[in-house]
Design a protein around this ligand. Structure first.
Ligand code: HEC
Ligand code: HEC
Ligand code: HEC
Length: 414
């Protein structure tokens, strides 16, 4: 799931690992023992909420594994990372860690003297307040200790040289992330903290450069992840695809909005994290994304396109898609999302549209009673020509995008 997030900093690991000498004289490593820590029940309850808002489970709970016992494989072309056991088991987890140790891991990527890879998103968690990391620590100390040994990362040389990370940190670790929107209100401030620190949205939605660090000049402007691209979620990007604050709130709370459903790497974000945010926080997140003065949502533009090509695309649509997505792309409640005005169809880059058609989407559970069936994969039943005609029909009719997809675009994604 998190494959892409991991591959994107791997270049940085390379840089760091190559500079062995420099790295060796990196920052002082320290492991503090810390004073006795006596959490209050309020702190534990708050910690549980924050642990969800920060989506620790996405990487630290393996499929069918015990909560926070680690072992979730995070594959990348550079090798596989494994989320660690962060239950309070004294041998295998963090049972012997102090609150200071825990803070150093989240704030500095320093796990009791061991340099963490930024597969653990401390680049974002660095902005968490000490009170909040203490609350997360307090909560994690109450979960069931699980005696499961950590699985060693299986990384190729030179990425396996962990101490190279000290240099990466020295060069790239920043105290704050830039904002994509403007605002000052209390909601905007809270939303900024939810997005930049807890929700670590930038880790997927901000592009990275060759050394794997986030590009400061382009916050949240979209980034190639793995199979599914993380979309532009700047105010202009969102409004350009018809998003309003109210619809964003529905998307984060349920996972399905009039603009479509969460899929790919965004699905676990909603499923494990944002659906548990309270109303105030969901509102704050939407205010932060769109800014205090949100741009008006753009209607779908009329587009000129070749009539014969559209007719070809429409006949494929009627034959294989309309049964679920509706004759007029209106969708069907509890069956399939609308195509008319769908934000995936409205993206200028057809990547996610083509990937959704080629790969399909497995059955996903959404909040409340909302449920959808699986979206079938069409890679083996539709040709490159049919899929490009279909993509052009959808883009020109319901997406306000030009019909410029060619068969080679489809082929490249097979
Ligand atoms: C995107 C995936 C991801 C998320 C989200 C994530 N982690 Fe991690 N975490 C990792 C990986 C991978 C490692 C191991 C990194 C390494 O080997 O350097 C790790 C390591 C750690 C460690 C060090 C454990 C040890 O024994 O060295 C701690 C503590 C930790 N994470 C806590 C958390 C907490 C708390 C959260 C939520 C606030 C969180 N992580 C969220 C991926 C993640
Ligand atoms: C069996 C019903 C079904 C058929 C047939 C079907 N889809 Fe879907 N489609 C869905 C469902 C359900 C989703 C949402 C899945 C989810 O997010 O869990 C979806 C999602 C999508 C998405 C992603 C957008 C979003 O917001 O989730 C696109 C694009 C899409 N379908 C296009 C098509 C096209 C084009 C066809 C015809 C080639 C097609 N679908 C055929 C059920 C179907
Ligand atoms: C692990 C990677 C990852 C993280 C972390 C992540 N996203 Fe996403 N996000 C994606 C991907 C991939 C998509 C495209 C698929 C889709 O539309 O569901 C997406 C889509 C979205 C969309 C829908 C955009 C559209 O027009 O369809 C919104 C809104 C969004 N993300 C907001 C956020 C916010 C806010 C956060 C932080 C709380 C966040 N994301 C964290 C990967 C991620």
């Amino acid at each position: 799931m998190k494959r892409a997030l991991l591959t994107r900093f791997a270049h940085g690991v390379l840089l760091a690992a190559c500079a062995l000498t420099l790295a060796a004289c990196g920052r002082e490593e320290s492991s503090t023992s810390g004073a006795a820590f006596t959490p209050t029940p309020e702190q534990v309850a708050r910690g549980r909420y924050l642990t969800r808002a920060a989506d620790c489970a996405a990487c630290h709970t393996a499929k069918d594994g015990a909560p926070f016992a680690g072992g979730a494989p995070l594959a990348s072309p550079y090798g596989t990372f494994y989320g660690s056991n962060i239950t309070p088991d004294k041998d295998h987890g963090i049972g012997n860690w102090s609150a200071d140790d825990f803070y150093a891991a989240l704030h500095d990527g320093n796990a009791r003297g061991k340099r963490l890879y930024p597969s653990m998103p401390y680049t974002s968690y660095r902005q968490l307040s000490r009170a909040d990391t203490d609350a997360i620590y307090a909560y994690l100390m109450t979960v069931k200790p699980v005696a499961v040994a950590n699985q060693a990362n299986d990384l190729k040389f030179p990425y396996s040289l962990r101490f190279g990370m000290a240099l990466w940190d020295m060069v790239f670790l920043k105290d704050a992330l830039p904002d994509a929107s403007a605002g000052q209100s209390a909601d905007w401030q809270r939303g900024r903290y939810l997005a930049n620190a807890l929700g670590h949205c930038a880790e997927c939605h901000t592009p990275r450069n060759v050394f794997g660090q986030l590009v400061d000049a382009k916050p949240l402007s979209g980034a190639a992840l793995g199979r599914v691209v993380a979309t532009d979620i700047t105010p202009a990007g969102l409004a350009g695809r018809g998003w309003t604050a109210a619809d964003l709130q529905t998307f984060f709370s349920v996972g399905i909005a009039p603009q479509g459903s969460a899929f790919g790497e965004m699905y676990p974000v909603v499923h494990l994290s944002t659906q548990y945010l309270n109303k105030d926080d969901v509102r704050a997140l939407s205010v932060y994304l769109l800014g205090d003065t949100p741009p008006a949502p753009q209607p779908v533009k009329a587009v000129d396109a070749d009539a014969a090509q559209l007719a070809a695309g429409r006949s494929v649509y009627l034959a294989v898609c309309a049964g679920c997505h509706g004759l007029a792309g209106e969708g069907k409640p509890h069956v399939a999302v609308p195509m008319n005005g769908n934000s995936t169809v409205r993206q200028a880059d057809p990547h996610n549209l083509l990937v959704a058609m080629l790969d399909g989407i497995d059955t996903q559970k959404f909040a409340g009673l909302e449920d959808m069936q699986a979206m079938p994969a069409f890679a083996s039943t539709l040709s490159d020509d049919e899929l490009s005609q279909l993509a052009n029909y959808l883009r020109a009719t319901w997406g306000g995008q030009s019909a410029n997809v060619v068969a080679a675009d489809v082929k490249a994604l097979r």
